[in-house]
Write a protein of this length. Structure first.
Length: 127
């Protein structure tokens, strides 16, 4: 399931972020900055003068649609989006930390639902 989320995100909206600790409150600002930084460095930032604006818009769309736990999950999964071959142990680790298959499915649904919005609103902002 995690591989599906990674592939959906990479193919549909291509975002990424640094991992952060699961315990404690989610620092949405830190997660958002990490996602933007990796998005800019990703293939989505290539051949674009100002990819930061589109990447930041994308993060805003996802953050608005996700609760803290979902956004935290995104922060844990995102570093693997462009390298889904290294995701094999991540699903077991996240399950051992209390995440569920239902949460993985819900994150995938949110990403799919956000794709038309980010494609129509965020990517045109890149120059």
């Amino acid at each position: 399931m995690i591989r599906i989320i990674c592939l959906a995100a990479a193919g549909a909206i291509a975002l990424a972020a640094s991992a952060f600790a699961q315990t404690g409150a989610v620092d949405r600002g830190a997660v958002a900055r990490s996602i933007v930084q990796v998005c800019v460095a990703s293939p989505m930032g290539e051949n674009v003068q100002a990819p930061e604006v589109g990447c930041a818009c994308l993060v805003g769309v996802l953050s608005a649609r996700m609760n803290d736990r979902q956004f935290g999950l995104m922060g844990r999964i995102a570093p693997y989006i462009f390298n889904s071959s290294s995701v094999d142990g991540l699903e077991a680790q996240l399950l051992s930390e209390g995440y569920t298959q239902a949460e993985f499915s819900e994150a995938a649904r949110i990403i799919r639902d956000a794709t038309p919005i980010s494609n129509g609103t965020c990517w045109p902002l890149r120059r």
